[in-house]
Design a protein around this ligand. Structure first.
Ligand SMILES: [Zn+2]
Length: 249
């Protein structure tokens, strides 16, 4: 069984969670906002396999100043219940839909980077394409090394920079059909790789009409192994070890 390094477990129906967890050794359950943090915390208290991460998803309207303070206070109060700060980052897809002022999102991300540093926790980033370079600037500025770029996509230059800095990425089940993700797998060292579902986000063929669940990572592992020219067992062993060490499980 594999570790799902990024899932929105609080977005599943309550009765779906126990069967879903049977398919994974552990799951890193990320949060969207304060309500989501509370739900995720509860799940981590109920199920030993669930490791909670607390943050604010960037692909949504910014929190009010009051909401932002409440969230930071809440995370500090529950620091001993979390393995990481996340999901945080920059609103790449929101910017494709409408004009968005980047600066307040960058400021919020910088605050989360400082919080991760203060609490000595890894940070889980949603920062793709051009946004990955901005996230790198901020991480480097504050000498934060333990960063996990989930569902990463980006150009050669930023990939090189992230490898140099020892940042981790995680691979989603779309690596079975997206050549773009297969290219990232080819370029990125397996020693800095994890796997994830980002569930309940749905995937395409061969996962059409299937509820996103950790078993899908077995297919990702086969793709990674074949690209890297090693056995699936060896790939799984390396990736499980990476995730265990990164999240201190
Ligand atoms: Zn996510």
């Amino acid at each position: 069984m594999l570790i799902d390094a990024h899932i929105h477990l609080d977005q599943y129906l309550e009765n779906e969670v126990p069967t879903l967890l049977e398919e994974a050794e552990h799951v890193i359950a990320v949060s969207m906002n304060i309500e989501s943090c509370e739900k995720t915390l509860k799940l981590s208290k109920t199920f030993a396999k669930v490791k909670a991460a607390f943050g604010f998803h960037p692909e949504q309207a910014l929190p009010s100043a009051m909401e932002e303070e409440a969230l930071f206070d809440w995370i500090r109060q529950h620091a001993h219940d979390t393995v990481a700060i996340g999901e945080v980052g920059l609103p790449y897809y929101l910017k494709q839909e409408k004009a968005v002022d980047d600066r307040p999102y960058m400021e919020l991300l910088e605050r989360f980077i400082l919080l991760a540093k203060e609490l000595n926790k890894p940070i889980i980033l949603h920062a793709v394409y051009e946004d990955a370079a901005i996230a790198c600037d901020l991480l480097e500025k504050h000498h934060v090394k333990k960063a996990h770029f989930h569902w990463f996509k980006g150009d050669e230059e930023v990939i090189e920079r992230m490898i140099q800095n020892g940042y981790f990425i995680s691979v989603t089940p779309d690596c079975t059909y997206e050549t773009e993700i297969q290219q990232v797998i080819k370029k990125y060292p397996i020693e800095l790789m994890m796997v994830e579902t980002d569930g309940p986000w749905p995937f395409e063929d061969p996962f059409d009409n299937k509820r996103t669940s950790p078993w899908m990572m077995n297919h990702s592992m086969e793709v990674i192994a074949s690209i890297k020219g090693i056995t699936t067992q060896e790939a799984a062993r390396i990736i499980t070890r990476n995730t265990t060490i990164f999240y201190n499980l």
